[in-house]
Ligand binder design. Structure first.
Ligand SMILES: Cc1cc2nc3c(=O)[nH]c(=O)nc-3n(C[C@H](O)[C@H](O)[C@H](O)COP(=O)(O)O)c2cc1C
Length: 164
């Protein structure tokens, strides 16, 4: 529960590498997400090449933070052979949230940079990654050690809860 309550978006990072076992823990968390019919539509690109990271940072007007991270995880989704294609964005959202929580639990920082459902951003990122046929990018997650730490306010709002 702490990792959920302590998670916040990190967009500025230390110039420090992320240990491979921490990256694997984050990917494992993503792959542990629930999905419709357990269809697990995801594939993951782990980008460490600075030139590619800078290109990805330009794939959306709100993705500048992808340029300064230690690495960028790009969760992608399969577009063919799915049992429930209409559930794919929900599957991928659960996957991304799991990864963000694990990033926080590992003492790292990250942020969800939206690519899907914006077709121009998806096309941009797909071209940069050299993917297409049967696979499309969903989001960018820059990952690294946070340049600054902060505390998170309690967002519980009793008035959002409705008893019947
Ligand atoms: C679906 C979704 C899309 C988002 N897209 C972006 C984005 O493109 N760029 C960005 O800097 N942050 C993006 N964010 C991060 C939000 O701005 C952030 O989660 C929100 O302001 C709450 O702050 P917190 O994550 O620190 O709690 C996105 C978050 C979600 C859930």
């Amino acid at each position: 529960m702490n990792a959920i309550l302590e998670r916040y978006s990190v967009r500025r990072f230390e110039d420090r590498e992320v240990e491979p076992e921490k990256t694997e823990a984050v990917l494992r968390a993503g792959m542990s997400a629930p999905s419709g019919g357990n269809q697990r539509p995801w594939e993951f690109y782990v980008i460490k090449d600075k030139d590619t990271m800078e290109k990805l940072a330009g794939s959306s007007p709100y993705a500048m933070s992808a340029a300064g991270a230690a690495l960028v995880i790009v969760p992608c989704f399969r577009t063919e052979g799915l049992i429930y294609p209409e559930l794919v964005f929900m599957d991928m959202s659960a996957c991304v949230e799991n990864m963000l929580i694990e990033i926080s639990a590992q003492g790292l920082g990250g942020v969800w940079l939206s690519i899907a459902p914006y077709e121009d951003r998806m096309r941009n990122a797909d071209v940069i990654l050299g993917i297409g046929d049967g696979l499309s990018s969903f989001a960018l997650i820059p990952v690294g050690y946070p340049a600054m730490k902060r505390t998170v306010p309690d967002r519980y709002e009793k008035n959002r809860v409705h008893d019947r």
